[in-house]
Write a protein that binds this ligand. Structure first.
Ligand code: CO
Length: 134
């Protein structure tokens, strides 16, 4: 069902420092920061030959990233995103198997303008999983 690894998202306490680390120390192509108010984040995209890293920093008062950074002040891997061909079919199959889909189960528009869903980390080895319709 899942296809390519679309991105790995990391919550970071200092977006400029994290962007500089990936650009200058690791030599990656790094975007300018983009605010995504609907998801409560500011994102820097790190382009790799085979996937992307997204550096996430809280935006606004109810950012889903803020509690993560309270628990892990140095930052860390927040979620991984896999591509699927049909997000509704994927959701229905997962729910039928007992997996919990966050936020009521209706796809939202993600940071790339495509439909996304998130799966409960307790059902997936402790890692928050995002599915994006490719
Ligand atoms: Co993501």
């Amino acid at each position: 069902m899942i296809g390519k690894l679309n991105h790995v998202a990391m919550a970071v306490p200092d977006l400029a420092a994290a962007a500089a680390l990936y650009r200058d120390t690791l030599g990656a192509k790094v975007s300018a920061p983009t605010e995504v108010p609907a998801h409560g984040v500011t994102v820097v995209f790190v382009e790799l030959p085979n996937t992307k890293i997204e550096l996430l920093h809280p935006l606004g008062d109810n950012s889903p990233i803020a509690p993560f950074l309270e628990r892990s002040p140095a930052g860390g891997v927040h979620h991984v995103c896999f591509e699927v061909d049909d997000i509704l079919a994927a959701r229905d199959k997962l729910k039928a198997g007992g997996a919990r889909v966050l936020g009521g189960g209706e796809p939202k528009t993600g940071a790339h303008g495509k439909p996304v869903l998130f799966l409960h980390p307790k059902d997936f080895c402790g890692t928050l999983i995002e599915l994006e319709q490719a």
